[in-house]
Design a protein around this ligand. Structure first.
Ligand SMILES: [Zn+2]
Ligand SMILES: [Zn+2]
Ligand SMILES: [Zn+2]
Length: 277
């Protein structure tokens, strides 16, 4: 399974467009791995984790043919993870000659409601519902799509909606844990993943070196989850652990962050990072 981290920032990106904090000012000067767009990961060219406002710029930056994407897994409705209006680009007259097999979105009830509102939006093309399908899913009810076996899991993030994490397995038997946005992993999710074995674990690290909060993890909390996964047997010494979704307000720049994360057994994601497991 191949993962391409398209975007690795928290909600406002890094540098945040209107921000003059030291982390944003330094990122503008140093550039490189310090420039982070809104969170999104592409798996094997045909599965997208989230469909945020930077999807179009990711397609430019990484030469993506997005009509190859058949499955989109939405974690929740926050603006950095779901920007439904851009889905109109999947249909004529905004796209021609695209793969006619529909793109299939899966997400919670809130995202489903936003999709239904999109279908009646004045800019929505006539054939949008045929080109972009949506199925509302619930935590702990698994399903298959595009050759993947997918288990939605319960996140601890925004009590106003049922935020989801995902365990995704491909046809080769590789399984990943996609863990953002979330705070500490809840007991029900631990119960559901205990019997799985992850080849890669990707975790929310919005809070970085600051205190963890209810809806997001920091480095220390990520280290504790890694230890518990190793103890529980759902990960082992070959499992790749990655932190992502960083806030300019709570995390140091890439070099310092990556040294701290590495000491705890984690890779630090950056925009454009590829990992194969
Ligand atoms: Zn987020
Ligand atoms: Zn800033
Ligand atoms: Zn969020």
């Amino acid at each position: 399974m191949k993962l391409l981290y398209l975007g690795t920032a928290a909600a406002e990106g890094w540098p945040a467009p209107f921000c003059h904090c030291e982390n944003c000012r330094t990122a503008r000067i140093k550039k490189g791995k310090n420039l982070r767009s809104r969170p999104q990961v592409l798996i094997n060219d045909d599965l997208l984790m989230d469909y945020g406002p930077d999807t179009f710029s990711h397609s430019l930056q990484y030469d993506l043919e997005l009509d190859r994407v058949k499955t989109v897994l939405l974690t929740h409705s926050h603006s950095d993870h779901f920007h439904p209006l851009d889905l109109i680009l999947r249909s004529e007259p905004y796209a021609f000659g695209q793969d006619k097999e529909a793109m299939h979105l899966f997400g919670n009830e809130k995202c489903h409601q936003m999709y239904q509102e999109l279908l009646v939006h004045p800019e929505a093309p006539e054939h949008l519902a045929a080109d972009v399908h949506f199925t509302a899913v619930q935590a702990f009810h698994s399903f298959d799509s595009g050759g993947y076996h997918i288990l939605p899991l319960k996140a601890v993030h925004d009590p106003r909606e049922n935020c989801l994490l995902y365990a995704v397995s491909d046809a080769c038997g590789k399984t990943i844990f996609y863990g953002n946005d979330t705070g500490a992993i809840c007991p029900e999710t631990w119960d559901a993943i205990r019997s799985l074995h992850f080849h890669l674990v990707s975790l929310d690290c919005t809070m970085g070196t600051a205190s963890a909060c209810e809806g997001h993890l920091n480095l220390e909390a990520c280290f504790q989850i890694r230890e518990k996964m190793l103890q529980e047997g759902c990960a082992d010494s070959s499992t790749v652990f990655i932190v992502t979704h960083f806030s300019h307000g709570c995390c140091p720049l890439y070099d310092e962050l990556s040294a701290l994360a590495s000491a705890g057994g984690f890779l630090t994601a950056y925009d454009g990072m590829t990992v194969a497991v």
